[in-house]
Design a protein around this ligand. Structure first.
Ligand SMILES: [Zn+2]
Ligand SMILES: [Zn+2]
Length: 253
């Protein structure tokens, strides 16, 4: 069975049990990880995702809560004896940030350190970013102060579709990525109000899910203090809305 792991569900300023937002798409033979603002390896271990099956890492953008843990992940990968190159995908600016952090610790010179294959993604709508036997992933730029990409991830054996907004204010690009998706994972950094071109509220995420005709909405990148009480109003117009569970594992095919 394929699983979506919410390895972390917090916003940049996390609380006592949520870490920064990180995801993993797991099938028996292929794991695609998304973002590494926290201790990605520790979270993969908690989710029983075998490190050696991580074929690809997406870095959605350059902010520290999405790529700040990259050198730590590479150090731990080295300590675990994994010496296959890691394929890393993301906007050029996000990859640059990760590359600089990797180099500033001198990691490329460590004996036996695996290489990194960087795959810069153009900021084009529905760009085919990654494909293997299991996953078909397209990306589109979203609205955030720095170049950022959202994703549409198709589990090819089952056809199950998961969309991920990444950090964004509500935008049509995410709506398109989430068209008829089985699950939309959308950020809800704001309890209320709007923050144009930066983040989304619960209500704005719900509006996108409805417009996209998505079947289920999981809120991630959530602020401190969020609770079921904050969903009551939006549940009246979309019943399938949930706060993403920290380390939750959701069947996706
Ligand atoms: Zn963020
Ligand atoms: Zn951000």
């Amino acid at each position: 069975m394929a699983l979506l792991h919410l390895l972390g569900t917090g916003a940049g300023y996390t609380d006592s049990w949520r870490t920064t937002t990180m995801l993993a798409f797991q099938d028996e033979r292929s794991v695609v990880a998304v973002d590494c603002g926290g201790d990605l390896m520790q979270r993969l271990q908690s989710a029983n995702c075998p490190l050696e099956n991580v074929n690809a890492l997406f870095i959605t953008h350059e902010h520290p809560d999405h790529c700040g843990g990259f050198p730590l992940f590479m150090e731990k990968r080295w300590l675990a004896g994994v010496n296959t190159p890691l394929h890393v995908y993301g906007p050029e600016a996000g990859l640059d940030q990760a590359r600089k952090a990797f180099e500033v610790f001198g990691l490329p010179n460590w004996k036996g350190m695996a290489g990194v294959v960087w795959h810069p993604l153009p900021l084009e709508e529905h760009f085919l970013a990654y494909e293997d036997d299991i996953w078909h992933i397209v990306t589109s730029p979203t609205f955030h102060p720095v170049p950022t990409v959202g994703m549409r991830v198709v589990h090819k054996p089952s056809g199950f579709v998961t969309a991920y907004s990444c950090d964004t204010s509500p935008c049509e690009a995410v709506q398109k990525l989430a068209t008829s998706a089985d699950i939309l994972v959308h950020e809800a950094n704001l309890l209320e109000g709007t923050l144009p071109n930066v983040h989304s509220s619960i209500s704005e995420a719900t509006t996108i899910a409805l417009a996209a005709n998505a079947k289920r909405l999981l809120l991630i990148h959530v602020p401190r203090g969020i609770s079921e009480v904050h969903l009551v109003q939006d549940r009246l117009r979309f019943s399938q809305i949930e706060i993403g569970e920290e380390l939750g594992a959701y069947p996706i095919g």
